[in-house]
Design a protein around this ligand. Structure first.
Ligand SMILES: Nc1ncnc2c1ncn2[C@@H]1O[C@H](COP(=O)(O)OP(=O)(O)OP(=O)(O)O)[C@@H](O)[C@H]1O
Length: 271
């Protein structure tokens, strides 16, 4: 026993729908084992915050789920589709049901904001150019960007605007699940809070499931329904953020009970 709670299946779990189900995931890079026998469920409609020390494999987990990293072992199902062994048709279908916004936006630098948002539509939708443009502008408005940003290139945007543009592109195909890698990294506190509000509003309005890798305690307290902590090559513990303070593990204790956590908790309560 290592003092951390063992994963358990409760009646509430049985009644919820897992839109992402990861079982026995192992990821290795040469001799380095990043994940070993990792299990995780993500429930429909929740905002899950994925946290853990630097190098614990949060980004590798996200990349594995969206098929950008081939694990050494394990299974990953998204909306009932086997991501690792599904057919090409399954894969195309499932790719339409998620949107991904990477840490640094990862927009195409040679395309305008609107062209970036249209890129996934061009790949997956058979609709007229005019309708596509209208939908693209709608997504850009949805994330709070002015329509004047449509014709700008990523290099002409502020960091916060680039993150919003990346989110607009992630929403291009009306996904059920959105993956966000450190969405508030590099934003000032006001910009980060505004981005959190946006995610919360979109999640509620569109019924999204959000998988969010983050270091930002303010975001965790403000918008996450649950937290999954990566440590010791697996999901060490998962649950509501209020439960984390009582977990008997040095990193978890320090992260969730330190001064920054107390300040974020106070802020979360007052909003
Ligand atoms: N393509 C790769 N080749 C080799 N090693 C890799 C590769 N991708 C990730 N790693 C290693 O896997 C480990 C986990 O990386 P990952 O980026 O997932 O960490 P993280 O938890 O997201 O960290 P941070 O919080 O610092 O962003 C790191 O040690 C990293 O160097």
């Amino acid at each position: 026993m290592d003092g951390t709670p063992a994963p358990r299946t409760t009646q509430a779990d049985a009644e919820r729908e897992a839109v992402i189900r990861v079982r026995g995931l192992t990821n290795r890079f040469g001799p380095q084992v990043v994940h070993e026998n990792l299990d995780l469920d993500v429930w429909r409609g929740e905002v899950l915050g994925v946290v853990g020390g630097s190098g614990t494999g949060k980004s590798v987990l996200m990349r594995s789920i969206v098929g950008l990293n081939k694990p050494a072992a394990g299974s990953i199902e998204v909306l009932g589709v086997d991501v690792l062994n599904g057919t090409e048709a399954d894969r195309r279908r499932i790719e339409k049901s998620w949107g991904v916004a990477f840490q640094y936006g990862a927009l195409f630098s040679s395309l305008t904001v609107l062209q970036n948002v249209l890129a996934p539509m061009r790949e997956h939708l058979k609709i007229s150019e005019r309708l596509m443009q209208e939908l693209g502008e709608l997504k850009i408005s949805l994330v709070g960007l002015p329509l004047t940003s449509c014709s700008k290139f990523p290099s002409e945007l502020s960091g916060g605007m680039r993150k919003r543009a990346a989110l607009a592109r992630a929403l291009a195909l009306d996904p059920e699940i959105v993956f966000l890698d450190e969405p508030t990294a590099g934003l000032d506190p006001i910009g980060a809070a505004a981005y959190d509000d946006l995610i919360g509003e979109l999640q509620r309005a569109l019924g999204l499931t959000v998988f969010m890798v983050t270091h930002d305690l303010d975001s965790l307290y403000a918008i996450c329904d649950r937290v999954a902590v990566l440590a010791e090559k697996r999901v060490l513990v998962e649950g509501p953020i209020e439960d984390m303070a009582s977990v008997d593990h040095p990193w978890v204790r320090e992260y969730f009970t330190g001064p920054r956590a107390r300040a974020a908790s106070e802020k979360g309560r007052s909003t």
